[in-house]
Design a protein around this ligand. Structure first.
Ligand SMILES: Nc1ncnc2c1ncn2[C@@H]1O[C@H](COP(=O)(O)OP(=O)(O)OP(=O)(O)O)[C@@H](O)[C@H]1O
Ligand SMILES: [Mg+2]
Length: 241
């Protein structure tokens, strides 16, 4: 079953002279366990795409199907429930609450999903350990570096055990080394738990290290490539020849 599928996904902002077609008929299928990047110029529709896939925004037309459920048939409450159970978000500006500790921030999504807090706390401790922040559980965001905050944000995106994590420029505010470490952590989670990751990025080097790169232009998918799979396929093709 596909984790997420879009059919003729379109989104128009504004009316008349100021009308902008941010997405224009995007058909995309993302299978469970994929790790992919969305790239494209500023204004090409990346954030709009992510917000529609994450059920944060309703498209003007077309459908988003999450784990087999057509989200357009759901009311706002049902969409919120599907979102909180299946989808994790990582944003560029971390979006951590400044008055809360790292642990409290990671547990925040439990408020909306109503999941088991005790089990979640154990998971959160495991994530903090895994990203080398076990000693930072009680620190507030202002007491952590950008990279540390973003690791907390990644842990938070995973706390409800989603099938899909969406990141809008999650590495946008950190240096290259930190970005690489964050990517590695996400790749590990992807490999171990089969969580799908969709990452919007301006960084083409980073994009090249995912399994699939989707390029948007003016709300259209203009290319959909699998850089690492080509590398894997080459020896096999040579052996067959
Ligand atoms: N709320 C809005 N109202 C009107 N137009 C909008 C709105 N949000 C986005 N747009 C327009 O829709 C288009 C796509 O915007 P979007 O934010 O999806 O682009 P993006 O690829 O994420 O860009 P960036 O790389 O700068 O973040 C742009 O032309 C933008 O100006
Ligand atoms: Mg954007």
């Amino acid at each position: 079953m596909a984790t997420i599928k879009t059919l003729g996904l379109s989104k128009t902002y504004g009316t008349g002279e100021s009308m902008v077609k941010a997405l224009d008929g995007v058909d995309l299928t993302i299978e469970q366990g994929e790790f992919l990047a969305i790239v494209g110029r500023s204004g090409s529709g990346k954030t709009t795409m992510l917000d529609c896939m994450g059920l944060l925004m309703r498209p003007s037309s077309g459908a988003v199907i999450v784990d087999g459920t057509d989200a357009s048939t759901l009311n706002d409450g049902q969409r919120a429930e599907l979102r909180s159970k299946r989808i994790g978000f990582i944003f560029q500006e971390f979006n951590l609450l400044p008055t809360m500790s790292a642990m409290e921030n990671i547990l925040l999504p439990l408020r909306y999903s109503g999941g088991d807090r005790k089990a979640a706390r154990i998971r959160a401790e495991g994530f903090l350990e895994e990203v080398g922040l076990a000693k930072r559980a009680n620190h507030r965001p202002t007491q952590m570096s950008g990279g540390e905050q973003q690791r907390v944000a990644i842990a938070r995106s995973l706390i409800n055990e989603p099938t899909l994590v969406l990141g809008d420029e999650p590495m946008g505010e950190v240096d290259t080394d930190t970005a690489n470490a964050l990517l590695e952590f996400m790749r590990r989670i992807n490999a171990e738990r089969r969580v799908s990751f969709v990452i919007v990025t301006h960084d083409l080097d980073l994009a090249a290290r995912t399994d699939r790169v989707i390029r948007l232009r003016d709300g259209h998918v203009i290319s959909d490539e699998r850089p690492s799979r080509q590398l894997v396929q080459r020896p096999a093709a040579a052996a067959a020849a």
